[in-house]
Design a protein around this ligand. Structure first.
Ligand SMILES: [Zn+2]
Ligand SMILES: [Zn+2]
Length: 346
């Protein structure tokens, strides 16, 4: 098969022929239709993930058709169109049995614990636990984005922070996952305020129904907080930090009204300092979100099927596998100007 491979962290990835994967006993191999180019692929390539063994093939948000099935798989057949959460659970441990496969200690992650979906074929483990059937009518790009960005944002907002219709939602950082959170907030009836330093990212936010956009370039923290307070005189109930920077995490927490809930989605490569006195005195809560187990996807799929949520509207570029190495390097260099990119493999 053809795949995007890197031999060293930060060394130029290249498209080359490699051996086809075989399905594990309870796993499948999927022929990839489309896979998303996600910021965590860039973190992996930069060497921020110690689970990655070299050489490596990135890619963890995908849709495709089953190409081969392991002997222990019961619920799926060759030809089925499926997606998968980027955290694949074991289905047997205490966390999995409690419905929390997204924090399974035995988890596998395509594109991290083994080769991923920037490839014609990808192996996925524990298929009966993790595969999610995808309707034929759903756009391949939209389906791919459900594997990571939309699932992480949906679980964070709905299952962790309990966002309700009519609440004010602040989104700090309008990259792919931030815009996914904003789009879900709009679909759920929240009034969404978005902050970024990039005018094109804010224009995208406005185009998907965000009520207030705030360009924070050149503004200090107090000035940005004042702008947020103007946009939300009754306060912000839920905030999302989608960049993974100490300054924006702090801004996101300080903008919250008393009893506010923060969803932390941006990834950190070092440990940030928190404004803990404020968290205590205002009884703020801080929620991590690490994807969503396959068993919880029906609500998200219903929202997409109803037309209220259109992940495909976030896609700005559809590229081929040959263009993926350069796109991954550009993303890792901090280029946020290009919007969401998906790779159409088949
Ligand atoms: Zn488990
Ligand atoms: Zn991702």
């Amino acid at each position: 098969m053809r795949a995007v491979v890197y031999d060293q962290f930060t060394a130029e990835p290249e498209v080359r022929d490699v051996a086809d994967p075989a399905p594990s006993d309870a796993g499948v191999v999927v022929r990839v239709e489309t896979t998303g180019l996600c910021r965590s692929d860039a973190h992996g390539w930069l060497g921020h993930d110690d689970g990655i063994a070299l050489p490596h093939v990135p890619g963890h948000e995908l849709v495709g058709r089953i190409h081969a099935v392991g002997p222990a798989v019961e619920r799926f057949r060759v030809g089925d169109r499926v997606t998968v959460p980027f955290v694949c659970a074991c289905g047997r441990c205490a966390q999995c049995l409690a419905g929390n496969g997204q924090v399974c200690p035995n988890q596998t992650q395509p594109g991290f614990t083994h080769w991923g979906s920037y490839a014609e074929l990808v192996a996925l483990h524990d298929a009966d636990v993790n595969l999610i059937p995808v309707p034929e009518s759903l756009d391949a790009g939209a389906a791919a984005l459900l594997g990571c960005r939309f699932a992480t944002a949906f679980r964070g907002l709905v299952h962790r922070a309990g966002l309700r219709s009519g609440e004010r939602l602040l989104v700090v950082g309008c990259g792919g996952v931030g815009l996914s959170a904003a789009m879900i907030g709009v679909a759920l009836g929240a009034e969404v305020i978005a902050v970024d330093i990039d005018a094109s990212a804010l224009a995208r936010a406005a185009s998907i129904g965000v009520t207030y956009t705030i360009d924070s370039s050149g503004l200090d923290e107090a000035a940005v907080l004042a702008r947020i307070a103007e946009a939300a005189p009754a306060g912000v109930q839920v905030s999302v930090e989608a960049l993974g920077r100490e300054s924006t995490m702090r801004l996101s927490l300080l903008a919250l009204a008393p009893m506010g809930r923060q969803v932390q989605i941006g990834l950190f490569s070092s440990e940030p300092t928190l404004p803990l006195p404020r968290i205590i005195s205002q009884e703020l809560s801080l929620h991590g979100s690490h994807g969503m187990p396959a068993s919880d996807y029906s609500e998200l799929l219903d929202l997409v099927a109803s037309g209220a949520l259109r992940p495909q509207d976030l896609i700005e570029h559809r590229i081929g596998l040959d263009e993926a190495p350069a796109a991954l390097v550009a993303l890792a260099s901090g280029d946020r100007s290009t919007g969401v990119t998906v790779i159409d493999v088949a």
